[in-house]
Design a protein around this ligand. Structure first.
Ligand code: PTJ
Length: 265
């Protein structure tokens, strides 16, 4: 990649830095070319929500942390985009919550699995599931390459954290009775609609918050965690996210109209 420094003063510096991580991930064989498109879609929705962690995303983060802590056998699933963007945070979340880390790819290849495992090890991961062929298991409910899971990991998990996930696998995991929690900037996606808990936010903003809320909730009794999860309604939370986008666009449109009118007078 042609290195050119991103100026701190650039109005889109944060966004450009995230893109750079993904391009580096692509060049080192971690992220798939499809992952770059997926990021573009995410970016567009991030614009619409205002590139900030909204109040309803915070509510979903709390519910996600409580659900993760209540799980008996939780798994954090890692794909190429996540490994490029938040490897250290994934390892930290798994450590704080006692979850297993499993590499599970949509566009599967041995080379990418190994490249992602390297990134996770560099980020401090000790045990990584999903790469040892001796433990491979097939889930018939899923039609893509992602039907291959680790017998010790996603296959037996009661909880699956699957950020930036495709709809088919979410549907498959839900059908298998697993508690599916996702992070997806697009509140209209099939994954967002089908998961038990959807955090509509950018993964790079969500992960540090999710880690700190998980640490905080670890001190709470199971009854409190159960209350948090029970009080959460994914459909209602998603409706709020869509409403927020709607209101933001209406306000922005009004402002533009005013500016346009001002220009005329
Ligand atoms: O590495 P692989 O082969 O497992 O593939 C990973 C991708 C992401 C390519 C694969 O899972 C895929 O095709 O996903 P989709 O169906 O494109 O869904 C990804 C969702 O994540 C979309 O709804 C995007 O809007 C959303 N998204 C993209 N970037 C971010 C995001 N959500 C949160 N934070 C992001 N940075």
């Amino acid at each position: 990649m042609n290195e050119h420094k991103i100026s701190e003063k650039h109005p889109r510096a944060t966004s450009l830095r995230i893109r750079t991580k993904l391009v580096r991930g692509f060049e080192s064989g971690v992220t798939s070319s499809f992952g770059l498109f997926a990021h573009g879609r995410g970016e567009a929705f991030d614009y619409l929500i205002g590139e900030t962690t909204t109040e309803n995303a915070r509510v979903a983060i709390r519910a996600a942390a409580a659900s993760l802590l209540l799980a008996k056998n939780p798994v954090v699933s890692v794909n190429g985009n996540l490994a490029a963007l938040v490897p250290k945070e994934l390892v930290k979340l798994a450590r704080v919550s006692g979850a297993k880390l499993e590499i599970n790819l949509y566009h599967r290849s041995r080379e990418r699995e190994e490249a992602i495992a390297r990134v996770l090890r560099e980020a401090g991961a000790k045990e990584i599931y999903g790469i040892d062929t001796a433990f491979q298991e097939t889930i018939p409910e899923i039609y893509s390459d992602r039907r291959v899971v680790d017998h010790r990991g996603l296959f037996v998990a009661d909880f699956a954290f699957v950020p930036l996930e495709d709809g088919d696998r979410t549907e498959g995991l839900v059908k298998l009775g697993k508690d599916v929690v996702t992070v997806d900037l697009n509140p209209l996606s099939r994954t967002a609609q089908m998961a038990k808990i959807t955090i509509v936010d950018n993964i790079v903003r969500t992960m540090p918050l999710l880690i700190s809320v998980t640490k905080e909730l670890k001190k709470e009794p199971e009854t409190t965690l159960t209350e948090i999860v029970t009080a959460f309604d994914n459909q209602e939370n998603l409706s709020k996210a869509i409403q927020l986008i709607n209101e933001r666009l209406e306000n922005l449109a009004k402002r533009e109209k005013l500016e346009y009118m001002r220009g005329k007078t």
